[in-house]
Design a protein around this ligand. Structure first.
Ligand SMILES: [Fe+2]
Ligand SMILES: [Fe+2]
Length: 223
């Protein structure tokens, strides 16, 4: 049996696993193995020995499927709740330009939610949301920034961009990973849909940077 210490990322094993203890204990959390092939490819021993023999075929009972669907439920919750956050950010914005950017992404959010529902159905699952603690925390930060900055100030807009870009980067990380994982799903449409959402999140992040660098940051610095 293995236990994980989150601070040290150290893997410990009990007696039944002791033989491999020295090979999987690491400060970085990267799992090491003893097979020459796994060392060179960076994949685990079991994966290295079985990957060439079989591929994941969409078995709904597999750990991979369960993990993937769980991650989808998490980002589905995040998207649903982000909509409320975007409404608040839109209303709290000082400038028309930032307000419009949030409003545009609100509309894109509707489309992304529909696309996630398509992914659920392509996987033979019903759309279900599971609380995403990361997004819940990021949305709390939005509230703090609104209450800690003055209405109609450029500092308010600079703060909203900061909060929104944290959200976008979280989404980019999530969709980026799901996109990479989806390469191993039998239905290639899943990866295509996730790739389109990922591209949209990146575009939003770039648009926010542009607004900040064009005038909002400078105005905030001198007001
Ligand atoms: Fe999104
Ligand atoms: Fe987004």
């Amino acid at each position: 049996m293995k236990t994980y210490d989150n601070d040290e990322k150290e893997v410990k094993t009990d007696k039944s696993d002791r033989k491999s203890e020295s090979t999987i204990t690491t400060k970085t959390g990267t799992r090491k193995t003893t097979t020459a092939k796994a060392k060179t490819t960076g994949v685990s021993k079991s994966t290295a020995s079985t990957a060439s023999k079989s591929r994941y075929t969409g078995d709904a009972e597999s750990d991979f499927h369960t993990f993937f669907v769980d991650a989808l439920k998490d980002i589905y919750w995040a998207e649903l709740h982000l909509k409320k956050g975007l409404v608040k950010m839109c209303k709290a914005s000082t400038t028309e330009q930032l307000s419009e950017a949030f409003s545009k992404h609100y509309d894109e959010g509707d489309q992304q939610i529909a696309e996630l529902e398509t992914v659920f159905s392509l996987l033979g699952e019903k759309s279900e949301a599971k609380r995403c603690e990361a997004m819940a925390g990021l949305l709390e930060e939005v509230e703090s920034i609104i209450s800690d900055t003055k209405r109609n100030s450029f500092v308010r807009d600079a703060g909203l961009i900061l909060a929104a870009q944290k959200v976008e980067h979280y989404e980019i990380a999530t969709y980026g990973t799901l996109y990479a994982l989806a390469a191993y799903l039998p239905d290639k449409k899943v990866q295509k849909v996730l790739g389109a959402i990922l591209a949209e999140e990146k575009k939003t992040d770039i648009a926010l940077t542009k607004l900040a660098e064009e005038f909002i940051n400078e105005c905030a610095a001198v007001e």
